[in-house]
Design a protein around this ligand. Structure first.
Ligand SMILES: CC(C)(COP(=O)(O)OP(=O)(O)OC[C@H]1O[C@@H](n2cnc3c(N)ncnc32)[C@H](O)[C@@H]1OP(=O)(O)O)[C@@H](O)C(=O)NCCC(=O)NCCS
Length: 180
């Protein structure tokens, strides 16, 4: 039962464990999505309703696509410190696979986002058979651009997202699967 409550295990890295989120993760999710500094590039902290629908959307994506953002736990303390994973995202006239990462502010600057995102990039290539992994980054979000660069990504395109009533210029970073 404990395994079910914690959500299905997906992958692990040296320091991190990635697993599906469950409703038990709402407090940890709130501490990330309701922190104004963390959510600067999403136009501010989420309301309770927005946190609920964020989680509901992820649980639906697990069912529909088999993947979405997962909970990232620090193995040392066994606590959720962030979210990272792969989601299907619209881009121009098509849909692409995007790596996403949002971490609790207490756990920035330790390399955890890059460690988790690298593992998700490789999961997309090796388990999902994806040819190109994208990262959609708002043009103000330098920390996120640096994660994309650490994943070996380059800028491929620019586009504008309309979110929370705001026009947000974005850069489309991507990396292609290597073939033997
Ligand atoms: C984007 C975000 C996840 C980046 O987090 P981050 O901690 O800066 O990213 P990394 O995991 O790559 O960590 C790199 C830092 O850890 C340091 N570091 C320390 N120990 C390290 C280790 N063992 N290995 C690698 N880096 C290490 C690096 O020197 C670097 O430091 P710096 O940021 O001071 O230059 C974080 O800023 C965030 O959650 N932002 C809010 C949500 C968001 O905007 N998400 C992106 C949406 S597109």
């Amino acid at each position: 039962m404990a395994e079910t409550e914690r959500g299905r295990r997906i992958l692990s890295t040296d320091r991190l464990e990635l697993r599906e989120m469950t409703r038990q993760d709402l407090p940890a999710l709130r501490s990330i999505l309701q922190d104004p500094a963390t959510m600067t590039h999403y136009e501010g902290a989420f309301s309770e309703d927005m946190v609920e629908s964020w989680l509901t959307r992820m649980l639906q994506r697990y069912r529909d696509d088999g993947y979405a953002l997962w909970a990232v736990e620090l193995k040392d303390i066994g606590e959720m410190i962030g979210q990272c994973g792969i989601t299907r995202q619209p881009q121009a006239e098509t849909t692409v696979d995007e790596v996403g990462y949002l971490f609790h502010r207490d756990h920035w600057h330790h390399g955890y986002a890059t460690e988790a995102a690298r593992a998700c990039r490789d999961f997309a290539f090796n388990q999902l058979g994806v040819e190109t992994v994208w990262a959609h980054v708002r043009d103000t979000n330098l920390a996120s651009m640096n994660v994309a660069i650490r994943l070996g990504m380059t800028v491929r395109t620019r586009f504008v997202k309309h979110y929370r009533g705001v026009e947000m210029p974005h850069l489309g970073f991507a990396v292609d699967r290597e073939h033997d």
